[in-house]
Design a protein around this ligand. Structure first.
Ligand code: SF4
Ligand code: SF4
Length: 450
């Protein structure tokens, strides 16, 4: 089997996919569901319900708040308790809608049958109405970044889409939610890809999967055998193979230039496996995005697993379902150990972007003492974006923001490969992120003035 990969940098962290063979279970309904209004990049959604309103599963509770925004649907049935603020997984206090759960009544429009709908059975679906349905569905990228999906389907006039690439890589250690989705709902993921290809008006589709998931590669290859437009691409195991730019490089051998360029500038629209599945659910089953596959994992958890979770369920409830918080010091991450964010409270809810709750034990999370940089260059060798991480970190620590911008800090994808590999245990990424935030603010302010 020929393995493809990206060309610059990369690392090989321990994979720790301890939940890979654990079939997905339905998480229990929460007693109270919390819906942050800013679950995506762009303007927060605007509530269309008020205290005391009765909602069902699938009821629209907040509409898109601008062009780069996405609506939010209730994942539960019950009564709106309040519109308030809460700290979410990013650590910021944000507006939320809180719903008291009463029963489990679904909107009648949602088709809850298991029947697989193929694209051939729906000649009425045109590119325009598929895009329109996706826009109304609230679907955002489900790998973490939270970019509204419909926007990727309408590229800028300077770019032309030639293919859709489904990201089935899941290169972050520990996380297995996409793998389970591919194994348990492969046919729906493929129809989701075909819908995305039709919406984008392209005749080429790819699903990129790392070699550590041979069963998924085999299954999807078999199931796409009769669609010559789709190719399953086996990828070498290397982190961050699932980064958009790295995936485009590995799958179609094209290099996405520095920001503001995006994959479609070289012809590719990249979507996550969960996004393809959600597109199938919305277009074929009229089911908007209100639940997602999430891995709840950690070496010391009694019963780690993969769950289909109603959004708004708190981390605490899911950890309880896995046997409770292990004894001793633990660090709880929204996401995996490389790109996940440590949460301040277990009362934060699962949102559209929560692919994993990862519990690291004190030993795993412990940071070693920081030593001086020995100029070994290892961080430069592993950076998949061709940056000089030690330099970016130093410029950021010294608040030299103009130089930091010139050194292309905005290209940093926060993959953490530099910090992972540094023999002096320097907090390279932490420093870079602080400076990158300032530089992004400078760029935004300049654009507003223009
Ligand atoms: S975190 Fe940024 S600087 Fe560090 S390796 Fe990744 S892309 Fe390069
Ligand atoms: S890996 Fe660490 S010690 Fe080596 S050059 Fe980079 S920052 Fe310095």
């Amino acid at each position: 089997m020929k393995l493809h990969t990206f060309k610059i940098g990369g690392i090989h962290p321990e994979e720790n996919k301890i939940t890979a063979e654990v079939k997905t279970r339905n998480a229990a309904l929460p007693k109270v569901a919390i819906f942050p209004l800013g679950q995506h990049i762009g303007a927060p959604a605007k509530p269309v319900v008020k205290r005391g309103d009765v909602v069902k599963v699938g009821t629209l509770i907040a509409e898109a708040g601008g062009f780069v925004s996405a609506p939010i649907y209730s994942s539960v049935s019950g009564t709106v308790a309040k519109i308030d603020t809460r700290i979410d997984a990013t650590g910021y206090r944000k507006p939320v809608i809180i719903i008291n759960v009463e029963g489990d009544e679904w909107e009648d429009s949602i088709d809850r049958s298991e029947k697989l709908e193929s694209l051939a059975e729906h000649p009425e679906l045109t590119p325009e109405n598929i895009s329109d349905i996706i826009k109304k569905s609230g679907i955002t990228g489900m790998g973490g970044a939270g970019f509204p999906t419909f926007i990727k389907l309408c590229p800028p006039p300077t770019a032309k889409a030639e293919c859709v690439i489904i990201n089935g890589v899941e290169c972050e250690p520990y996380i297995t939610s996409d793998y389970r989705l591919m194994m348990e709902h492969a046919e729906e993921v493929i129809v989701g890809l075909q819908l995305l290809m039709k919406a984008a008006k392209v005749e080429r589709g790819y699903i990129g999967i790392e070699e550590n998931k041979p069963e998924a590669i085999k299954l999807l290859t078999q199931l796409t055998a009769d669609d010559s437009r789709i190719e399953i691409v086996a990828l070498a195991q290397k982190y961050p193979q699932g980064g958009e730019k790295q995936l485009v490089d590995a799958v179609i051998n094209r290099q996405v230039p520095a920001p503001p360029a995006i994959p479609v500038n070289v012809g590719a629209i990249v979507q996550n496996v969960g996004t393809a599945y959600a597109v199938y659910q919305m277009v074929m089953k009229h089911k908007p995005l209100f639940e997602r596959y999430t891995t709840v994992t950690g070496k010391k958890l009694k019963n780690p697993g993969n769950y289909l979770v109603r959004m708004g369920t708190t981390f605490a409830e899911l950890i309880h379902a896995c046997g409770g918080m292990p004894e001793g010091d633990n660090k709880v991450l929204a996401g995996g150990p490389m790109m996940g964010k440590s949460v301040m409270s277990l009362d934060v809810p699962v949102t559209k972007g929560t692919n994993s709750i990862t519990i690291l034990s004190g030993d795993e999370a412990h940071r070693k003492s920081v030593q001086p940089c020995i100029r070994c260059g290892k961080c430069v060798d592993v950076c998949p974006m061709g940056l000089e991480p030690y330099l970016l970190a130093t410029l950021s620590a010294n608040k030299l923001y103009e130089r930091l911008e010139k050194e292309d800090v905005t290209s940093c994808m926060s993959c953490g490969s530099c910090q992972f590999t540094c023999p002096s245990h320097r907090p390279i990424l932490d420093n870079i992120l602080q400076g990158k935030g300032v530089v992004m603010g400078m760029i935004k302010a300049r654009n507003v003035k223009k």
